[in-house]
Ligand binder design. Structure first.
Ligand SMILES: [Ca+2]
Length: 384
C-alpha cells in the first residue's frame, strides 16, 4: 500500500511538472504534520499554509475534510483505525478550490495486538532503605517506550510515577505499611503517545512482605539448658543448612527428656512471619506435637536455669530475662513420614534476632525428637 501511494504521489508530481499553466499548478498547502498515538487512534497536528480554507485527509478507508481558519494549526483525531502501518495523504484547498500538492505521511497504529503484550508491572521484589521502599521490577519488553505506574493507598488519591521500559526500580517515600496498595500500569508505545494503553491493575499487600530468610545468616546458639540435638550425628546447625535428607538432622539423645529447647541466631533483627519445620525424612512421627516460640533481640542475661518441663515456671523466668513469646502451635494431626509443620505468625511480632523453640512430646511418645530442617520467613520491609 505504501508503494502504491508513493507511486501515485510521484505520478501527481509528474502531472504537475508537465503543466506550465500557473493557475493549475499545485502549491504547498501543508507546512508540517505531526502525529500522536492512542489505542486505535491517531491525532494529527497539521500546520497549513495561510491560503488554505479546507484540510483534506485521506486515511485509506476514511476521508476527512474540515474547514480551517487561515494559517492556524489544525488538530484531527482519526478513530477506528486498524492496527498496523498506514499511509495518510493530506491536501488543502484554497478559496478558489485549488488543491495543494499532496503530502504523504506514514504512521503506525497501535491497537489490540499491542495491548495483548501489556501487563501489570508487578514488583518482583522489594527492599527498604533509608525510609524508602524500593520496588524491583522486571524490565518491560522492548515494545514499550515507558510505562506509568500508578499506585494508590486504599481510599486515597493515586500517585503516578513514570517508569522507563528498562527501569527496574521504583523508590517510594512516606509509605504507610499498614495499608494495602494497588498498582496500575499504563503503557506508551512511543514518546508521542497521548492516551496511555491500559495494562491492568493488581492489589498489593504491603504490610507484610514475606520472604525466605537467608539460610547462611542463621547460626547455632547453645544456651546452657538447651538440647544440642547432637545424638546420632545430629546438631542444631543441621536445622538450617538447606539439606533435607535422612542423614542430616537434629536428634535428641537417649538421655533427653521432652519437652526440650534449642536456640538459633537469625543474624539480624527481623519480624518473623513463618517457620517451616521439615521432618527428618521418614521420621515425621518424631516431630513435636507442640511448639512454643520465643524471640529476643540480644542474649545479654538471656540464659535460663529453670527446666522447660514446667511451662509456667519456665516462661516466668524466660519473660524475666527479656524473652518474648512469639507464638505457639498445637499440631492437630499426627505427623508421619516426610511431614512438614508450618507455623505462621499472622499477627506479626516485635523484632527478634534470637529464636528459642520449645518442643513438646513427639508423636511417637519416645524421648527422641527428630527435626530435618527449619526455614524462616521474615517481613522484607521490617525496619527496626
Ligand atoms: Ca538440614
Amino acid at each position: 500500500m505504501r508503494g502504491k501511494k508513493l507511486l501515485l504521489f510521484l505520478m501527481s508530481l509528474l502531472v504537475f511538472s508537465c503543466n506550465n499553466d500557473d493557475f493549475d499548478v499545485g502549491y504547498i498547502g501543508i507546512k508540517q504534520v505531526q502525529h500522536m498515538h492512542a489505542d486505535g487512534k491517531i491525532k494529527l497536528m497539521v500546520d497549513v499554509a495561510s491560503e488554505a480554507v479546507k484540510l483534506n485527509v485521506d486515511a485509506e478507508d476514511q476521508k476527512i475534510s474540515q474547514n480551517v481558519a487561515s494559517g492556524v494549526a489544525q488538530t484531527i483525531v482519526i478513530e477506528g483505525m486498524e492496527e498496523g502501518d498506514h499511509v495518510l495523504t493530506l491536501t488543502t484547498e484554497d478559496a478558489h478550490g485549488r488543491i495543494s500538492d499532496p503530502l504523504i505521511h506514514y504512521i503506525h497504529v497501535y491497537g489490540e495486538e499491542y495491548c495483548k503484550t501489556l501487563k501489570v508491572r508487578t514488583p518482583v521484589g522489594m527492599d527498604y532503605q533509608d525510609g524508602k521502599i524500593i520496588f524491583k521490577f522486571n524490565a518491560a519488553s522492548a515494545d514499550h517506550k515507558y510505562s506509568l505506574c500508578s499506585y494508590i493507598k486504599t481510599g486515597d488519591q493515586p500517585t503516578v510515577d513514570t517508569l522507563k521500559a528498562d527501569a527496574i526500580e521504583l523508590s517510594l517515600r512516606d509509605v504507610d505499611f499498614t495499608k494495602g496498595y494497588e498498582f496500575h500500569s499504563y503503557y506508551a508505545p512511543t514518546d508521542r503517545t497521548y492516551e496511555f494503553f491500559d495494562g491492568g491493575s493488581e492489589q498489593m499487600e504491603w504490610g507484610k512482605v514475606k520472604v525466605q530468610h537467608a539460610k547462611d545468616m542463621v547460626t547455632e546458639v547453645h544456651l546452657q539448658t538447651d538440647d544440642a540435638g547432637d545424638a546420632w550425628g545430629g546438631s542444631i546447625a543441621k536445622l538450617f543448612d538447606g539439606i533435607v535428607d535422612g542423614g542430616n538432622f537434629y536428634h535428641a539423645g537417649t538421655e533427653s527428656v521432652l519437652p526440650l529447647t534449642f536456640t538459633v541466631d537469625l543474624g539480624k533483627e527481623v519480624e518473623l512471619l513463618q517457620m517451616d519445620i521439615d521432618a527428618r525424612p521418614g521420621f515425621g512421627h518424631r516431630l513435636s506435637k507442640r511448639y512454643d516460640i520465643y524471640g529476643h533481640v540480644d542474649l545479654i542475661n538471656a540464659e535460663t536455669e529453670t527446666s522447660c518441663a514446667d511451662l509456667d515456671a519456665w516462661e516466668t523466668e524466660m519473660f524475666s530475662k527479656g524473652w518474648k513469646k512469639i507464638g505457639y502451635i498445637d499440631v492437630a494431626l499426627a505427623q508421619t513420614g516426610n511431614a512438614k509443620t508450618v507455623i505462621k505468625f499472622d499477627d506479626g511480632v516485635d523484632g527478634a534476632r534470637y529464636i528459642r523453640i520449645r518442643c513438646d512430646k513427639n508423636w511417637e511418645n519416645s524421648q527422641y525428637l527428630n527435626l530435618g530442617e527449619i526455614t524462616f520467613y521474615v517481613n522484607a520491609i521490617y525496619n527496626n
